[in-house]
Write a protein that binds this ligand. Structure first.
Ligand code: HEC
Length: 215
């Protein structure tokens, strides 16, 4: 280990590294220390199998559940709760409008409303309404990332409500819509068919590896 580090160091540092390496080599160079503990731990550069370091703790099911928030396009993993357009209107005014505009028109941050029918034009306007293929992804994104200055603070019902209001402003759901784990996946987005898959480019390999990847 020391020998290899020294070669790298030599190239970078010249004579200074040379003298340091000389000292290390004098102490035994690549050999592990003579104490039994470190000889048992190191097998080459890697810890030997089965070694326990005694640090950390196993994550509890509750901790794992708290991180397991991914919502898939088909709606799997959507949590319990529900939210209406009306509830979303109030939430949006309070928690979103300062960055995204009163009507989702953007400024100072991303525009969230409009742009439908512009994607094929010279000036496409990409918003949640015009571009995003799945309503469930709107839930997923808001839940994990918004409000930008306090992500993770919205309850599932708040997120359903915010999603409902955004979809309503984009003309995708009616004003009386109530979204939950059952109704949200049924919402069809205008650009759902605007994405192609699998990727047809001959140099793109996009089969998802789910097991023993890299072997
Ligand atoms: C402090 C400013 C701020 C607030 C408040 C805020 N956002 Fe955002 N929002 C942003 C920024 C910045 C981005 C772009 C983030 C990026 O591209 O990484 C964004 C992006 C988004 C997007 C994705 C837009 C796109 O097409 O890519 C959505 C949807 C969204 N916000 C919804 C909301 C909702 C709903 C709320 C209220 C619950 C909210 N935001 C509150 C700043 C904010």
């Amino acid at each position: 280990m020391f020998t290899r580090d020294c070669r790298t160091g030599l190239a970078a540092l010249g004579m200074l590294a040379l003298s340091a390496c000389g000292n290390l080599a004098g102490q035994g160079g690549a050999q592990p220390s003579s104490s039994g503990a470190s000889q048992a731990v190191y097998a080459g550069d890697r810890p030997a199998a089965g070694i326990q370091y005694g640090i950390g703790a196993a994550a509890s099911p509750a901790q794992v559940a708290a991180w397991n928030i991914d919502v898939q396009p088909d709606g799997s993993n959507l949590p319990a709760g529900s939210g209406s357009v009306a509830q979303g209107r109030a939430l949006y005014a309070q928690a979103c409008a300062s960055c995204h505009g009163q009507q989702g028109e953007g400024k100072p941050m991303d525009r969230l409303v409009g742009g439908k029918g512009t994607l094929n034009s010279a000036a496409p306007v990409k918003t949640v309404g015009s571009y995003w293929p799945y309503a469930t992804s709107v839930y997923d994104y808001i839940h994990r990332a918004m409000p930008f200055n306090a992500p993770g603070t919205l309850s599932p019902s708040d997120v359903y409500a915010a999603t409902a209001y955004l979809l309503y402003m984009n003309g995708i759901v009616p004003e009386n819509a109530v979204l939950d784990a059952r109704t949200l996946p049924q919402v069809r987005m205008p650009n759902q068919d605007g994405f192609i898959g699998p990727d047809p480019r001959p140099d793109a390999r996009n089969a998802a590896c789910m097991k023993d990847c890299g072997r």
